[in-house]
Design a protein around this ligand. Structure first.
Ligand SMILES: [Zn+2]
Length: 619
């Protein structure tokens, strides 16, 4: 099994080749374009490009508040965004890459309409690096800086609608060699790479800011899975793809690698003149035809057990804009009558072992669909599964288009070569993000956190929050306990996650212009009270959780009886009660004690009294 990753991270600030902001809203106006293929550097037209041309779609672009003539492709690109370039260099350094002497931007042909110009500008910054993982080093092939594409809003009736708001956002693409061993390792590698980018100040950090493509092969051709939206989906998506290919291998074995010949489409619209199916009736009224074709030997392979041949074919139809491809394994679900079924089967000349597909579309579309279906069936049975697939939001994958070849690049002549000088490299040194291991060591050394605390801060994605707040806390380990214990308890109680803003608000911290301000209310005043009252750590923590979890105002806190620590007599009383209820020992004492009382207490005092009582046989 071979797995490689291609992860894209958005940067915030300005766009890559103009001064528009990366953030914006829709402005209302729109324009329309149609794109046509051009030849690549080698004078060939790429197969993915050809395929898109068959689809013959129109594109509508919605103008956004953060777009100018560059996004409309009516003005040449401005000089490259230096902050984005420096970030790409810093990340290349962090991932042990060789930095290229010159950044030179190329045009990568994109004809799915997601770029107004028909190409995407992309430039390699670093190459031949590696990242350490538990399964050994994973080689990094390239780190490129490129512009993000338009955001797709909708697609119907051969027309795709895009927003310009995302077009041109700087994107850092990190590609690995296929050194990853399995889905679990892929997830670990993605997280490790993600850490470096996410620790940069200008990582965008919105819901759609990370997109991953996964290259996968288990011997049946390379599959490129586009658009895995979350790091955590990598494993699910790969698990699905492995199952899918295993099942197609079984199907191929059933045919001994010799593809069944899909019959020609036959018009069976007449069968449905008096149909009770409102879906079919509606389609016929709107001028569509019902067509069927025979798939020899495919009965129970369309959708049965692990077999999903039907979906493989339906995906091709769907990409042509033909929504409804039904097949015989699922006809019962469409409410067709027995009479209709037998007429379909006899029109298609179905034998017991055959399957039948039915397509509802105009005749022309069905005619262009037919060769594509045959081609797909051939590829599947010959186990040539190389193609581009799309990741779905539920961890599955769907056919997207043929694999794009290398005929897609030609030089961008509007942007001069950018020399990456020694001076630039020297200036960037301080920007180079640290590895997780280095950060852990820093947390332990600088903030006196335990190794477990440091790891939890990193693993729970609390690092940037902790770092941004730590200056405001004289006692960083108190901050770490609040973040790791009190806040999760609060989230559990509320049922939803706290946003970083909410956490800051609870902590009484504001950030403005990169500086941290502690408000005098909230936690700061509680810490003040603790000092003047001589509260021990436990009482302070109890006060903080009353304040955060139960929303008890600071002015009320001082009056709360729970915050007066238990005295020796009270402790003795509780220990007596506990020991009457059952087994009490040094190990469970504090846990049991805490369950028994809401009051603050000093665990060392409880332990001492317990030991004394045991010695003097009072228990
Ligand atoms: Zn712009």
């Amino acid at each position: 099994m071979k797995i490689g990753l291609e992860i894209h991270f958005q940067l915030k600030g300005n766009k890559l080749f103009c001064s528009c902001s990366t953030e914006g809203t829709e402005s209302g106006s729109a324009f329309q374009r149609k794109l046509t293929p051009v030849m690549g550097e080698m004078g060939m037209v790429d197969s993915a490009v050809k395929y898109e041309n068959i689809r013959n779609r129109e594109f509508l672009y919605r103008v956004s508040s953060n777009s100018c003539l560059v996004e409309k492709d009516e003005e040449p690109p401005h000089p490259v965004n230096t902050e984005a370039l420096n970030t790409a260099i810093a990340i290349s350094e962090a991932l042990n890459c060789k930095i290229l002497d010159y950044a030179s931007f190329m045009r990568k042909i994109v004809i799915d309409g997601s770029n107004t110009s028909g190409f995407q500008r992309t430039g390699i910054i670093g190459m031949d690096g590696y990242i350490q993982t538990s399964g050994g080093p994973v080689r990094i092939s390239t780190i490129t800086l490129e512009e993000d594409a338009c955001r797709k809003i909708s697609e119907k009736h051969g027309r795709a609608e895009y927003s310009l708001d995302r077009l041109g956002i700087p994107l850092i693409e990190i590609s690995t060699e296929p050194d990853i061993a399995d889905p679990e390792h892929a997830l670990e590698t993605a997280k490790a790479i993600g850490h470096f980018v996410m620790s940069m100040n200008n990582f965008r950090g919105e819901v759609d800011s990370i997109r991953q493509d996964v290259n996968f092969s288990m011997g049946f051709g390379r599959v490129e899975i586009k658009g895995v939206s979350k790091l955590s989906f990598i494993k699910d998506t790969l698990d699905y793809e492995i199952k899918r290919q295993e099942s197609l291998k079984e199907i191929s074995d059933l045919f001994h690698g010799k593809p069944p010949e899909i019959g020609d489409f036959i018009d069976i619209t007449d069968i449905f003149n008096n149909t009770g199916s409102s879906m079919i009736k509606k389609a016929i009224t709107s001028g569509k035809s019902v067509m069927c074709a025979r798939l020899p030997g495919c009965n129970h392979l369309m959708k049965y057990g692990n077999y999903r041949l039907g979906r493989e074919l339906a995906d091709v139809a769907k990409n042509m804009g033909i929504g409804g491809l039904m097949h015989s394994d699922e006809f019962p679900a469409y409410g067709l009558t027995g009479e209709e079924l037998s007429q379909i089967y006899s029109a298609a000349r179905k034998m017991d072992e055959d399957a039948v597909i039915v397509v509802i579309a105009d005749r022309d579309s069905t005619e262009s669909l037919s060769p594509l279906l045959k081609e797909r069936m051939n590829k599947i049975i010959k186990l040539d599964l190389a193609e581009t697939r799309a990741a779905t939001t539920n961890g599955e994958t769907r056919y997207l288009r043929p694999l794009a070849g290398k005929e897609r690049m030609y030089p961008e002549t509007d942007i001069p070569l950018i020399r990456i000088t020694e001076d630039i490299l020297e200036n960037i040194k301080s920007m180079v993000p640290k590895s997780l291991d280095e950060i852990k060591k820093d947390l332990i050394k600088k903030y006196k956190l335990s190794s477990v605390e440091a790891e939890s801060i990193i693993n729970n994605n609390l690092l940037s929050l902790f770092m941004s707040l730590s200056d405001g806390f004289k006692n960083p380990s108190l901050l770490s306990r609040i973040l790791l214990q009190v806040m999760p308890e609060f989230e559990k109680k509320r049922g939803t996650k706290l946003t970083q803003e909410e956490i800051r608000d609870i902590l009484g911290v504001s950030i403005s212009g990169g500086n941290i301000y502690r408000r005098d209310d909230g936690i700061k005043s509680i810490i003040g009270i603790a000092r003047s009252r001589g509260w021990d750590r436990n009482t302070l923590e109890l006060a903080l959780s009353l304040y955060i979890l139960n929303a008890i105002p600071v002015s009320e806190l001082e009056k709360r009886p729970e915050l007066v620590p238990l005295n020796e007599a009270e402790i003795r009383g509780i220990i007596n009660e506990l020991s009457e209820e059952g087994q009490l020992n040094e190990k469970n004492l504090i846990v049991m004690f805490r369950k028994k009382t809401d009051h603050s207490f000093d665990p060392r005092l409880v332990m001492r009294i317990f030991t004394e009582m045991k010695k003097s046989d009072k228990l």
